[in-house]
Design a protein around this ligand. Sequence first.
Ligand code: CTP
Length: 407
Amino acid sequence: MLIALGVTGGIGAYKAVEVARGLQKRGHEVVAVMTHSATRFVGPATFEAITRRRVITDQFEAGMNADIEHIALASTVDLLLIAPATANIIGKLANGIADDFLSTLYTATRAPVLIAPAMNTQMFEHEAVRKNLDTLAARGARFVAPGEGYLACGWIGKGRLAEPDAIVAAAEAILRPDGPLRGQRVLVTAGPTFEDFDPVRFIGNRSSGRMGYALAAEAARRGADVTLVTGPTALEPPAVREVVKVRGAAEMHRAVMLRAGDMHVVVMAAAVADYAPLECAGQKLPKDGDTLTLVLRKTPDILGDLGHRRVSKGGGPLLVGFAAETENVVAHATAKRENKQADFIVANDVSRSDAGFDVDMNAVTIVGAAGAESLPLQPKSRVAEEILDRVEKLLAARPAEARHGSG
Ligand code: CTP
């Protein structure tokens, strides 16, 4: 979504850079609107580099009025967030004064407004400021309360800008008030596993992690409390509650088994190695002979262990597996679903060069209790939506006690 981030001239202006980053990490576009005094605390170039957009600093800049930008922006933004908001801007907004871009944008937009005040304690408690805050609240503006602590002016008290994480969370709560997966704890595994056989060498696979990362991001977007357990990838992790970085299958097994009891859903999108070297040499293996023999041992089957634990103990999270197949896709995926006791298996035909491993698109067949359903070639983000649509349906059909996790 598009967020206009208004930055006004307070010492907390530097924290707005973190706010912009946090919003972007959650998949939002940010356009920074700085007042003249804000630019004395932080340079517009900083926001430009972070947001990769031109920063609006002046209503009367050349070109600014050609497309009546404040009107264009006012009708396209999904949220106007002002952090930090000084007593001055709060006074202007409350009284309808529109003498710069930010105050004009406020009067022109009908998007929700979120204000993070920051000022000296005495100012914050002043009747004039209180009255202005009340006026804005009565008009529907929402606030992120300032924190208590050391203020730049030497006072200790209320007035310090709230922490960037709290501001980002408040923005998210407005933009996604009630995701369908709110309250659900979802664990997603992603990426390959690397199985070391000496200090510098390993056996890996071509999984990029994109499918799992897309699932984690989409589950978070739907309000779930997401844990991402990821093998080595080059991807920037999405904004989720916890990211656990692992390397080998055994480590991934431990990380997942430790957390699965608390989860409502586990999606095993990782391409876990089926075999790992029996031993990892302490020193780099020398190039001694014409051939090298490595002895491999089966890795623990994470999805299988979760499935069997569920059968033996009852309850347990909803389980989604993936299957990378090169032939007889449906038959193999059906057998895997049964062997591993998963609720459904998302089967990839990895023999296709346009889908599956290491590309952005995927064409999957979903094999569940009711049979197989083939989906068209589509971006992995869209496949993630399809998978989570099915997860939501299955969760809704579960008995109430299973929906509260298995303990
Ligand atoms: N998986 C797992 N633990 C393993 C291997 C695989 O949890 N040690 C999971 C994968 O994350 C995936 C599913 O099991 O969700 C299927 O993985 P795949 O390797 O395709 O299937 P296997 O059952 O291992 O069978 P095969 O390699 O023989 O096709």
